[in-house]
Design a binder for this molecule. Structure first.
Ligand code: DX5
Ligand code: ZN
Length: 217
């Protein structure tokens, strides 16, 4: 099973996004948090910024949409060339149709669950997606603490993916650092978003390598 590290640029020096992306060239993906101040109480950037950074990123973009009306907006990120587009199931009216549309446009389709959203009724959707994102903090801000209460959900997701013999990545996002990544990996996550743990480190490449090692990669 592969391990992937996807640093979140949310708390990077956003006045120098190109330079900040260059710092994480040894990562597998760059995690781009899009927030609309409605689905979450914070506002970041949208399609024009994603389009602008795409040609300058040394790694593929893992776009995490924390926005309402995902059905309308998510396909546009895939169309723009983002290699991974993750929408929140709570913000999608027709998640299966949306995942199919994202895939048809050539991107990996991800589906995210807020901490309060259970897996019940969603296992049937797994064949339609490439990645399930189990949020390990309440979405909206970087630098929060990892919710250990999400470990059973990660474990249940891994069991469901294995039982159906699917190649669906299980991503965790929020509070992932050297203290918590082993627990998440042990529970079955294979794709790790880390914002502050990477960008607050003096040497981002060393932080990425350390996280990867702890996750078993
Ligand atoms: C939170 C975002 C995360 C955030 C993670 O809503 O989805 O991607 O940047 O930051 P850390 O790793 O600092 O918790
Ligand atoms: Zn995120």
């Amino acid at each position: 099973m592969g391990i992937r590290i996807s640093p979140s640029i949310l708390n990077s020096d956003v006045s120098d996004l190109r330079g900040e992306l260059a710092r994480i060239a040894s990562a597998d993906w760059a995690h781009i948090d899009v927030m609309d101040n409605h689905f979450v109480p914070n506002l970041t950037w949208g399609l024009p910024v994603v389009e602008a950074i795409l040609p300058h990123s040394p790694v593929p973009l893992d776009v995490h949409l924390m926005i309402e009306d995902a059905d309308r907006w998510a396909p546009q990120y895939a169309e723009a060339g983002a290699q991974g587009v993750t929408f929140h199931v709570e913000a999608a009216q027709a998640p299966i149709r949306l995942a199919r549309e994202i895939r048809r446009l050539g991107a990996r389709a991800g589906m995210a669950l807020r901490p309060a959203t259970g897996l019940d009724g969603l296992v049937e959707l797994l064949p339609e997606i490439d990645m399930l994102l189990v949020m390990t903090v309440e979405p909206g801000f970087g630098g929060q603490s990892f919710l250990d209460a999400m470990l059973p959900k990660i474990r249940a997701a891994r069991t469901a993916v294995s039982a159906a013999d699917l190649d669906v990545w299980i991503q965790v996002d929020g509070g992932v650092n050297v203290e918590t990544i082993e627990r998440a990996a042990e529970a079955g996550a294979d794709t790790f978003v880390a914002g502050s743990a990477v960008y607050r480190a003096e040497d981002a490449a060393a932080a990425i390598a350390e996280l990867r090692g702890l996750a078993g990669g």
